[in-house]
Design a protein around this ligand. Structure first.
Ligand SMILES: [Zn+2]
Length: 462
């Protein structure tokens, strides 16, 4: 069965639908009755369900948490898991993040690749199968979550009342197939601080989410009158360095620092430039210059600094299946009496969360700080010779003509929510990783190719 022609004929519809869904700015918002993640996430789900309905599929909205679009018969079910929520856009986009403008064959917008474009491609792949009349021995269900980027409450709600897929895939990572996903844990590390230093940190704020490398951080400090000019001069000189990208503003008695970094996905912190680490490094060198020690800033520099591998906090871990542990400082918030950060750690699949905690706890404690676990997802590991992995690899090879080994990633996908489910697509080898980044886009050619691959994948699995 060849679905390619069918999908090529519907390319315009696929593009238009992708644009329309990107234009719904479905960042998690305040809960409303029946809309637990806010108005916009709800609208995104309703949009997709209505479209599914109009294509002749069965649909269900589960109290605004998650929904699905289904067709076919059979006791078993192939699940395709996608999500319609997006992370906040952040600043400095070349094209507006929710306008879905097309430039150079790319649709720009938050969610274009993560994960709205792939969700739309999957829906049209289902339509291709349905209209082809090819016999299938399982039902096909596209499950659309609204809380993937935060606490996964959508998946919890789904599991309360709905059947788990017999097998499936989630187009929310990379091709060819992801057979291992690192464990994820978020910790809050905090400490009370005393206010009476000659250089007082009045406020520091950076980052919105643990799983994004923050591209902006701001700090306000106040020096005692005797060293005020010297502190200013020190920072002036430091921030004059052209590639540092930190602005300094002097007001009456205070100095404000505004640091710019480069955002990246929290699972690949080494690809970004962490604005929090940048500003803390600067404050640390300034304070050292005046023989001042701020207990939390010292802790930060001793144990994290600009590292992204967890070395100094005691977590330099690695295994052959999934590689090295990563650490991202996603949020920082400090004032004259309290300091805290939230870190996102991705640990290799052969370790457990307890292994990480046991290593970090004594380091944090030695610095008089506290640590609290706020979120966790266990690793996922499916052997490379598993039939699900083999079938999806074959589909990928058939369409692209190239053989590649299954991958291991640090990103957490819905695949870990169910047995017999792996991430499959939607970013092709060689394409940049754009999830959670400024100027996220999906290539129109890749969008269409995804639909073709998904159609074959559904056929192969059902
Ligand atoms: Zn995603």
């Amino acid at each position: 069965m060849n679905f390619d022609t069918y999908i090529d004929q519907r390319a315009e519809d696929i593009i238009k639908t992708t644009q329309e869904i990107i234009r719904i700015p479905s960042v998690k918002g305040p809960a409303q009755p029946g809309k637990p993640f806010g108005e916009d996430t709800y609208r995104a789900l309703e949009y997709m369900l209505a479209l599914g309905n109009s294509m002749g599929f069965r649909t269900k909205n589960l109290d605004g948490y998650i929904g699905y679009i289904e067709f076919g018969e059979g006791t078993e079910m192939v699940g395709i898991l996608a999500h319609l929520d997006v992370v906040p856009p952040g600043g400095n986009w070349t094209y507006p993040p929710f306008a879905a403008e097309i430039h150079d064959g790319k649709i720009y917008g938050r969610g274009a690749i993560d994960d709205k474009g792939p969700a739309v491609a999957a829906l049209y792949a289902m339509k291709a199968l349905k209209d082809s009349g090819v016999p299938l021995n399982k039902r096909i269900r596209l499950i659309l979550g609204l809380d993937e980027e935060s606490g996964w409450e959508c998946i919890q709600r789904y599991k309360e009342t709905e059947e788990a897929p017999s097998l499936g895939f989630t187009p929310d990572a990379d091709y060819p197939v992801i057979h291992a996903e690192k464990g994820i844990v978020h910790y809050k590390i905090f400490k009370q601080v005393e206010g009476n230093l000659p250089v007082r940190l009045i406020q520091l704020k950076g980052g919105d989410r643990p799983n994004i490398v923050p591209d902006y951080c701001e700090a306000v400090i106040e020096a005692t009158p005797d060293i005020r000019d010297q502190v200013h001069d020190y920072l002036k000189k430091a921030t004059d360095a052209p590639d540092l990208q930190v602005e300094l503003c002097r007001e009456e008695n205070t100095l404000t620092l505004k640091a710019h970094g480069k955002s990246a996905h929290g699972s690949t912190p080494e690809k970004g430039i962490n604005a929090i680490s940048k500003i803390i490094s600067l404050l640390h060198s300034c304070m050292k210059n005046f023989n001042i020690s701020h207990p939390f800033i010292d802790f930060y520099m001793d144990c994290i600094g600009t590292e992204t591998d967890g070395k100094s906090i005691g977590c330099l871990l690695e295994d052959s299946v999934s590689g090295k542990l990563t650490l991202n400082v996603g949020i920082a918030s400090m004032d004259t009496s309290h300091a805290e950060i939230v870190i996102d750690i991705r640990y290799p699949v052969t370790f457990k969360e307890e292994d990480i905690y046991e290593r970090i706890y004594p380091v944090v404690q030695r610095h008089g700080a506290c640590i609290e676990k706020i979120n966790e997802q266990s690793p996922l590991y499916v052997p490379k010779d598993h039939p699900l992995v083999q079938k999806l690899m074959k589909v990928y090879e058939d369409v692209t003509g190239e053989h590649r080994e299954p991958l291991s990633i640090g990103g957490g996908t819905y695949a870990r929510a169910f047995d017999n489910t792996v991430a499959f697509g939607a970013t092709f080898p060689g394409e940049p990783e754009l999830a959670h980044q400024t100027d996220e886009y999906i290539l129109i050619d890749s969008l269409i190719r995804n639909a073709k691959i998904f159609a074959r994948a559904i056929h192969a699995l059902a």
